[in-house]
Design a protein around this ligand. Structure first.
Ligand SMILES: CSC[C@@H](O)[C@@H](O)C(=O)COP(=O)(O)O
Length: 351
């Protein structure tokens, strides 16, 4: 992996295949630096997912699909006709990179299903075409999610969003921010409040950056400022993305989302989850079964390299939480909208 500048990236280029290489916009250093890293092998892509060079559930899935294509290229170069055995270690590496976003496992399963149909010939072109399809389909899904989500917003209003569920977090356009983009184009967004999203600051570093590039009015707030803003009565919707939605409509998303949903219900504010169906895991009955990633407490104990807590202080750093379906007003997918999700309504959506 190396730093490369073959193009000037926009938020829609967080993941890009070009010149037979995978390029990832390094989300760890935004917005201070706009840097693109180049990847030629799956092990490095798995590391990029773990280290959050690329993050956000759909973007992780898209990057993993390209990672499988790279793995196929490496496996055929090393083992020729025996490439199917040789590719396994890389598939495991990719699957082990992060535990919560189900799009990762969805993408690997889709690539595996294709692998099962292939013969001993060089698989690279076929795997790459599938990865490109995963990428294109995600972009198209987000456009549709944007339209459907914006249609639910019936009057101009202020919106709170949490973390970053924008172009950067997807194959392009965004899920929650796709809804915001479409609603803004329709004149329905008076202002977006971006929670800063401790400890990784996706709201401050990524969402504020994306929305400012689109000239969508955005105000950054500390996570703990959301309740007092809601009490002022101008916010009509909370719009967030998801990392995994279970068969009953429970939603895992960035830590702090659950609290926002509780506060939104208290204030009579509606709560929208925007996500492609690749984020829905019908194999899990409820959110209690979702593996929640715990990251290094160092992410919490320091900020930008500066300590913010006493040395030796114990800390917990779960990076996702589960919002119960009962607090969700709408799940918006490319296949349609589920209002007040129940197992029956989720089954009807997923067929
Ligand atoms: C469209 S992205 C949806 C979610 O993946 C997003 O809200 C989120 O929680 C991202 O978490 P991250 O830890 O930055 O990968």
């Amino acid at each position: 992996m190396e730093t490369a500048t073959p193009f000037v990236p926009t938020p829609d280029d967080a993941v890009r295949w070009q010149d037979d290489r995978l390029y990832l916009l390094d989300q760890r250093v935004l917005p201070a630096r706009i840097e693109v890293l180049a990847y030629d092998d799956a092990a490095a892509v798995a590391e990029a997912i773990r280290d959050m060079v690329v993050r956000g559930a759909p973007a992780i899935g898209v990057a993993a699909a390209y990672g499988v294509a790279l793995a196929g290229r490496t496996a055929f170069a090393a083992a020729g006709a025996d490439w199917k055995q040789a590719i396994e270690a890389d598939l495991e590496r990719l699957a082990g990179s992060r535990p919560t976003a189900v799009n990762l496992f969805w993408a690997i399963r889709r690539m595996r299903a294709l692998i099962a149909t292939l013969d001993a010939a060089d698989p690279f072109a076929t795997l790459l075409a599938e990865a490109r399809a995963v990428h294109e389909e995600d972009r198209a899904s987000n456009r549709r999610i944007g339209e459907l989500g914006a249609a639910l917003i019936t009057a101009p209003t202020e919106i709170i969003t949490h973390c970053n569920a924008g172009a950067l977090a997807t194959g392009g356009y965004g899920t929650a921010l796709g809804v915001v983009r479409a609603a803004h184009a329709a004149g329905k967004v008076e202002r977006v409040y971006a929670d800063e999203t401790r400890p990784w600051m996706q709201g401050a570093r990524l969402t504020a950056w994306e929305l400012m590039q689109d000239d969508i009015p955005v105000t950054l707030q500390a996570d703990c400022a959301a309740a007092s803003l809601m009490a002022q009565g101008r916010v009509g919707w909370v719009v967030v993305g998801a990392d995994r939605i279970t068969a009953n409509g429970d939603v895992a998303n960035k830590i702090g989302t659950y609290g926002l949903a509780v506060m939104a219900r208290h204030h009579g504010i509606r709560f929208m989850v925007a996500a492609p169906t690749s984020t829905i895991d019908m194999g899990l009955a409820t959110g209690a079964e979702i593996p929640i990633e715990e990251r290094d407490p160092a992410e919490l104990l320091g900020c930008g390299g500066n300590p913010v807590a006493p040395a030796g202080c114990a800390a917990r750093n779960p990076v996702f939480d589960v919002t119960p379906a009962a607090l969700v007003d709408a799940i918006v997918t490319e296949r349609g909208v589920v209002l007040e999700p129940t197992p029956e309504r989720m089954r009807a959506l997923m067929g």
